[in-house]
Design a protein around this ligand. Structure first.
Ligand SMILES: [Fe+2]
Length: 401
């Protein structure tokens, strides 16, 4: 259960000192907590990690603003991530069997890490010379999320936003925690008071598949306009349903597949957080990766029945009362539990030619069990089964001062 905010403040100040503070919940649904005065550069004490794990288990989203980007490095960030799970290399950062790793999920080909200079995102460092450069890193676990391209001469366009999803829900062991470190968030505002007015093509169905009801499409497409990450609280959405329906959902198993035609495996729709005991819906979406991964099937239902069932549930979860748009600011570390939330990327300007439009974030994602002390002791077999290339964070990152 969620503790009272005064009790949380007491516990926070006991482990992080009297200079720490908290605000929450951040959303009307009860999700989200902001912890201030917490410096993530020093190695964390086990009791500090336990406090943070508890906070995430109760609120689903934790934001820790105010990291000093002059001294807080991506090594500090990756060490911090190790407490939440084993950091997962992002497929944009390696080749598998000589092909981009994103292009097929099932290949067992040899892994080749791509150095930062050869990654597409390295163009960030050439777009605004002398004014903006990515924080230095070579780690394959860091995903650079940016709207900055080397060539800034094209017309500025505004995308549709993404599809609602959780991270890597399509693998047998899904991502548990994902986190952003924010370097730049857009500060430009137009005549409507927002960064963008909306997508350039608001009537397109993209990126969704045809066939959903209008109300669901409307809820999916209602996205924030200042570059915020959009969240939906799947714990509050589950708790709002009648108890009999919650019990019924607790028995639902979803067949997930990496690729079309695979046999796949069964995964529970409802998860119970082991620390807080809060139940939530994990990825209650029929096709969360349209045209990239196959839609899911509920055990004992046809594909059409599965779609009707999950579209109805997605529509419920995306109601305004379960939504929270998280505004980013430089120096924020924001993490979320992928079992307790859905998220989506907003409409974003591309081909920008002003730093006021720049959106630059670094994402890390973690699998497996959290640990209070480092280094992690994941077994080699487990790493080989669930973490690309069996990656583990090297000592020079864990020992960063
Ligand atoms: Fe995501």
């Amino acid at each position: 259960m969620r503790k009272d905010i005064h009790q949380i403040l007491d516990e926070l100040q006991t482990v992080f000192g009297a200079g720490a503070g908290c605000e929450g919940p951040l959303s009307v649904s009860g999700a989200g907590i902001r912890l201030t005065g917490v410096d993530l550069r020093p190695k964390l004490l086990p009791e500090q990690v336990a406090f943070l794990l508890d906070a995430l288990s109760m609120f689903g989203i934790v934001t820790i603003p105010g990291q000093d980007l002059e001294t807080f490095s991506l090594a500090h960030f990756e060490r911090f991530a190790n407490h939440w799970g084993a950091p997962v290399p992002h497929p944009n950062n390696f080749m598998r069997g000589g092909k981009p790793a994103q292009s097929d999920g099932a290949s067992d080909g040899e892994i080749e890490w791509i150095p930062f200079e050869k990654r597409r995102v390295s163009s960030v460092n050439r777009a605004f010379p002398g004014q903006l450069a990515c924080l230095a890193h070579e780690s394959p676990t860091v995903l650079v999320v940016s709207n900055i391209k080397e060539d800034t001469s094209g017309p500025v366009t505004v995308g549709q936003g993404g599809s609602w999803h959780t991270d890597i829900e399509y693998e047998p062991l899904p991502i548990y925690v994902s986190m952003f470190l924010v370097h730049k968030s857009p500060v430009a505002r137009g005549s409507n008071g927002s960064w963008v007015e909306g997508p350039d093509d608001p009537d397109t169905l993209k990126p969704y598949l045809e066939g959903s009801e209008d109300e669901l499409i409307r809820r999916r497409k209602r996205l924030p306009l200042n570059g915020e990450t959009a969240f939906a609280d799947t714990a509050a959405a589950l708790a709002a349903l009648p108890e009999s329906e919650q019990a019924e959902l607790g028995r639902v198993q979803i067949r997930r597949r990496l690729n079309e035609g695979d046999e796949g495996w069964l995964a529970p729709l409802v998860r119970t957080n082991p620390r807080s005991g809060i139940k939530s819906l994990h990825s209650p979406i029929w096709a969360s990766r349209p045209r990239v991964r196959p839609p899911v099937e509920l055990d004992g239902m046809t594909m059409d029945e599965s779609r009707v069932f999950l579209d109805r549930l997605e529509s419920h979860v995306l109601k305004p009362e379960f939504r929270y748009d998280h505004l980013h600011a430089p120096g924020d570390v924001t993490l979320w539990d992928n079992y307790m939330t859905l998220h989506n990327s907003p409409p974003i300007k591309s081909n920008i030619d002003s730093l006021d439009d720049a959106r630059l974030l670094y994402r890390l994602s973690c699998k497996g069990e959290p640990v209070q002390t480092l280094p992690r002791k994941d077994l080699a077999d487990w790493l080989d089964a669930h973490i690309s290339g069996g990656y583990t964070t090297p000592d020079e990152i864990l020992d960063v001062s």
